[in-house]
Design a protein around this ligand. Structure first.
Ligand SMILES: [Ca+2]
Ligand SMILES: [Ca+2]
Length: 412
C-alpha cells in the first residue's frame, strides 16, 4: 500500500510538471494509476517474486535473477511474419500513393483540430496512459531464446520516465482517427495485406494464387485492411474493441501523432513490459501458465494446423482481456505484435546508454511482444527479451501497435 501511495504521488508530481509544458502532450484525464491493486508485485501466489527481484521506480542496482525456464526448442526459428515483405511476394503495384507530407505534420493534433473531432466526444478514442518510472535497468538478455534475433547481449541502460498506453490501439480508436482525418492506410493504398490462412474462408483462399515462400501460411489478400481484416466481406463491426491490425509503421506513427503521442522506442517497450519484475521470461514471471491460468493471448496446439484456443481465443481478443502486468499495461505480449519506432539491428553496444533510440537508419523496424499466433514450438517470441522485425510498409493480420508519450518533451 505504501508503494502504491508513494507511486501515486510520483504520478501526480510528474504529471503536474509535464501538463504545463505546452500543446501536444497527453491530456490529464488519460493518465491513470499504473498499478491495479490486485496486481501489486508480490501478491501473485502462483508466481511469488523474491524481494530482491522487485524493481523499484528507480532501480537501485543491476542485480539480475536466475531464470527457471530456459529451455528453448531449436526449431523456434520463426512464425514467418518477419518474411512479410511486399516486394518479395508481389509484383510492384502501379499507382502507389505516398504522401510527401510527413504524417507527423499531416495528421498532427493541430492539423486536425475541428469541432466534430470525435475525441472531444468520446475519450475512448485514445488510450489511457501510465507513467513508467525511469532509472537504471537492463535491456536484452544473455540467455537468448532466438540468438539470430539480436536478443543479447544484456546491457545496462538508463531511462528517463515516460508514458505508455495501457492497451493496444483498438479498431474503435483507429476508426475515430480515420473519421477525423480521412487517413488512408498503406494496405488500402496497396490494395492488399497479409492474412494468416487459418482465419480465411475457403472461398477467399480459392481466389489466391500466391503465398509467402518462406511461410506459406501467409497469403496476400486483396482488399484486406484494418476495416476488412479478412478481405472483402469482412469488417470490424463486432471487433471494435480488438486491436487494430493491418497497419503499417507509417500508419501507426500517423495515429500516434494525431493522438499527441508517438511510437515507443524498443528499449522502453522492453522496460515497460517487464512490469516491475527483473530479468524474467514473461511480464508475469517465469512460468507461462501459473496455476494453469493464461496471462496472454497466444497459440495453444500445433502451429499452424491446430489451434485449440485453450486461452479462449483462436484469433485476437478484445484488448485488456488478460491480466495487466505490474505497471498496469495489458497485452504487452500476445494478441497483436506491436510496432516500435526503432530501426532493426542485431548488433548492440554493451556500453551503458541513456534513452537508447536504436540505429539512425535501416530497412526494417523493430516489433515487440508476439501475437496470438505465437507458440513455443515455432515462434517463441512472447518473451520479454524477444523481438522481431518487418519492413515499414508491411501489414498483417497479427500486427498492431500502441503509443507512448513524453513526460519531458524531446526525451522520447
Ligand atoms: Ca489464443
Ligand atoms: Ca500485444
Amino acid at each position: 500500500m505504501l508503494r502504491c501511495f508513494t507511486f501515486t504521488l510520483i504520478v501526480l508530481t510528474k504529471y503536474s510538471a509535464f501538463c504545463t509544458e505546452g500543446p501536444g502532450l497527453v491530456p490529464p484525464d488519460l493518465v491513470v494509476d499504473p498499478v491495479p491493486p490486485d496486481l501489486v508485485v508480490g501478491t501473485r501466489a502462483d508466481d511469488p517474486v523474491p524481494p530482491d527481484l522487485v524493481v523499484e521506480p528507480v532501480p537501485p542496482d543491476l542485480v539480475v535473477g536466475t531464470r527457471a525456464d530456459g529451455a528453448v526448442p531449436s526449431e523456434s526459428a520463426g512464425c514467418g511474419c518477419q518474411s512479410l515483405k511486399r516486394d518479395s511476394v508481389l509484383d510492384p503495384l502501379g499507382g502507389r500513393t505516398s504522401s510527401s507530407v510527413s504524417p507527423d505534420v499531416k495528421y498532427s493534433r493541430m492539423m486536425n483540430e475541428m469541432p466534430s473531432n470525435p475525441r472531444d466526444e468520446d475519450e475512448d478514442t485514445t488510450s489511457k496512459m501510465v507513467l513508467i518510472p525511469g532509472g537504471e535497468t537492463l535491456m536484452g538478455t544473455d540467455e537468448p531464446g532466438i540468438p539470430p534475433d539480436g536478443e543479447g547481449p544484456q546491457r545496462p541502460v538508463v531511462l528517463d520516465p515516460f508514458l505508455m498506453d495501457t492497451q493496444e490501439v483498438s479498431n474503435l480508436q483507429f476508426q475515430a482517427f480515420v473519421a477525423a482525418t480521412g487517413y488512408v492506410t498503406e494496405a488500402e493504398q496497396y490494395g492488399d495485406s497479409f492474412v494468416f490462412e487459418g482465419i480465411l474462408s475457403e472461398e477467399v483462399k480459392s481466389q489466391i494464387s500466391q503465398a509467402v515462400a518462406a511461410a506459406p501460411w501467409w497469403l496476400p489478400v486483396k482488399g484486406a485492411s484494418w476495416k476488412s481484416p479478412e478481405g472483402q466481406g469482412s469488417d470490424v463491426t463486432e471487433r471494435l474493441q480488438h486491436p487494430v491490425l493491418h497497419v503499417s509503421w507509417k500508419d501507426a506513427e500517423a495515429y500516434c501523432s494525431w493522438a499527441g503521442k508517438r511510437l515507443p522506442h524498443g528499449g522502453r517497450v522492453g522496460h515497460a513490459l517487464q512490469g516491475r519484475l527483473k530479468d524474467r521470461l514473461f511480464p508475469w514471471g517465469n512460468k507461462l501458465t501459473p496455476k494453469d491460468q493464461h496471462y496472454a493471448n497466444l497459440w495453444q496446439g500445433d502451429f499452424p494446423t491446430h489451434n485449440s484456443a485453450e486461452d479462449g481465443y483462436a484469433q485476437t481478443s478484445p484488448v485488456m482481456s488478460f491480466p495487466a502486468n505490474g505497471y498496469g499495461l495489458y497485452d504487452m505480449v500476445g494478441n497483436a505484435w506491436e510496432w516500435t519506432s526503432d530501426w532493426w539491428t542485431v548488433y548492440h553496444t554493451t556500453d551503458r546508454q541513456r534513452n537508447p533510440t536504436g540505429p539512425s537508419s535501416g530497412s526494417e523496424r523493430v516489433k515487440k511482444g508476439g501475437s496470438y499466433m505465437c507458440h513455443k514450438s515455432y515462434c517463441y517470441r512472447y518473451r520479454c527479451a524477444a523481438r522481431s522485425q518487418n519492413t515499414p510498409d508491411s501489414s498483417a493480420s497479427n500486427l498492431g501497435f500502441r503509443c507512448a508519450g513524453a513526460v519531458d518533451p524531446g526525451v522520447i
